[in-house]
Design a protein around this ligand. Structure first.
Ligand code: ADP
Ligand code: RBF
Ligand code: MG
Length: 180
């Protein structure tokens, strides 16, 4: 039986807009926790991420092609997915560096390391916590996924799926094609 309670989201106003390439982490998300997270390097995120308080957040994410003609290709460049993001030091694993890691709420057939990721964070769910067991952490993550699913269906958060953050790159690409 789950003992996790659902969190009541707090709106972030204005939302936080982040973009970076998808980097390798410790390889724990999918293997240990059954929840892959696309790690966004702090060095690329700059002040916006450094100022973000540690915690678990709901928002929207889009995967775009990586740099260069032969760079990694996005599995779904035109889709803006629901995402639940962990920001902080992962107290259960006692990390020494802050990480920003969205889990995108979709099953992908392949990984997308090296792709560009755009993230919009619009609601805060809870603080990062330590847990007595890995199962308790896994259960909390599953609850965060359910809470995010409900949260982002609400009109005040749903509107951000169409935010201009997710349109800019695609429009630039159209422009580039016309010049070919
Ligand atoms: P790492 O520690 O390298 O981040 P993870 O186990 O967290 O390893 O796996 C993350 C990688 O899995 C991501 O970088 C991405 O390429 C891929 N991936 C596949 N499905 C998803 C998903 N639904 N959300 C986030 N990343 C995913
Ligand atoms: N790690 C923690 O130590 N405490 C947490 O409360 C916590 N909550 C998380 C919630 C979500 C939705 C996700 C995706 C991850 C969370 N993590 C948490 C981070 C987890 O430890 C991390 O993703 C893995 O270590 C892989 O990098
Ligand atoms: Mg990860």
């Amino acid at each position: 039986m789950s003992e996790e309670k659902s969190s009541i989201p707090t709106m972030m106003s204005p939302p936080i807009l982040l973009a970076s390439t998808v980097a390798k982490g410790f390889g724990r998300g999918a293997k240990l926790l059954g929840c892959p997270t696309a790690n966004m390097p702090l060095a690329e995120l700059g002040a916006a991420a450094e100022n973000l308080e540690a915690g678990i957040y709901s928002g929207w994410a889009q995967i775009l092609d990586g740099e260069g003609e032969d760079g990694p290709k996005s599995p779904a460049p035109n889709t803006v997915f629901k995402a639940v993001t962990s920001i902080g030091w992962n107290p259960y694993f006692d990390n020494k560096e802050k990480t920003v890691e969205p889990h995108i709420m979709h099953e992908f057939k392949e990984d997308f390391y090296g792709c560009k990721l755009k993230l919009l964070v619009c609601a805060r769910l809870r603080d990062e916590k330590n847990f007595d067991s890995m199962d308790a952490l896994i259960e909390a993550i599953q609850q965060d996924i359910r809470d995010t699913d409900v949260c982002l269906d609400k009109e005040q958060y749903k509107v951000f799926q169409n935010h201009e953050h997710f349109r800019m790159n695609l429009e630039v690409k159209e422009g580039e094609r016309e010049d070919d």
